[in-house]
Design a protein around this ligand. Sequence first.
Ligand SMILES: [Zn+2]
Ligand SMILES: [Zn+2]
Length: 332
Amino acid sequence: MNEFRQDRTTGLWAIIAPGRGRRPRDLKAARAEDSPLPAFDPACPFCPGNEHMLPRIIDEAARDASPGWSARVVPNKFPILQLGSSAEKDPLGTGYGEHEVIIMSPRHDADIADLLAADVQALVETWFGRFEAVQGMPGIEDVVLFCNRGSTAGASLAHAHSQMIGMPMRSPRVASTLAWSAAYHRDHGRCVVCDELGREISAGDRLVELTDAFAVLVPFAARSPFEQWIVPRRHCPFFLLSDDRERAALGGALQRALRRLNAAAGMVPYNFVLEPGSRDADHAPFAHWAIRVVPELTTPGGFELQSDVIVNPYSPEDNAETLRQAVVGPSG
Ligand SMILES: [Zn+2]
Ligand SMILES: [Zn+2]
């Protein structure tokens, strides 16, 4: 039976339509190009030794082993937005902003799911540090941190990287989520994400993993097959307010979620994105940051385009069961 579901934390709608004829073989057709990559590509600007192809290096997570870094931050060579001294007068009209690339490993063939625990920890701290720096740049309202894997999910280079874009406006999506959670807080006096987490943890059927710091779950109204949210269990309104314990646990939680996805669905294209919460003190009672891992396995058509109701041909409960059972080894 198909079912309309509204996400209680965002207000967005999905139609859960399992058995619409899409079977795992259709997922297979949507798989990312999974021909093996070389460990080094002489033509890749993100590979060590090819620094001359980079505009400059903004930051690095140093490590003892060669090549001396585990993550590297560089300007995007083809930025969507650019800082400029005069641009601040008309930030929207001049495409003002910051666009950085965070190279996630020196190895051309690395997948974030397989990085060493220490390296993924350094990567999380690099994200945190750059988020703080970009958020602090003049005129930056919102910072968008995301990773695209696979060309159909928007990745233009195979070497694993994530990106950060500082915008002079609040993302409409963040604004609508905050408006939704503000309304819930007015009506109920509580954070909608905390309430939803409590429900999901006691129901358990969409829960993938529960640790001290994070719950990983398939959302009730998942908009993609195998979508997973990584949510801090403590009410925390903004990514930059996460504590050491949470950041120490985040890399492992994200890696296990991605390994489960790899095991359940193969090397599928995906995006993972940071839902940042809000730095505005007025939003502190109801904003709640998280990471969303969204596989790109279905192609929205005219119905989705016009209605903004997404058809998900998989049951979130079945997907959670498959992900829970997926075997995930220790890091690295
Ligand atoms: Zn490379
Ligand atoms: Zn909360």
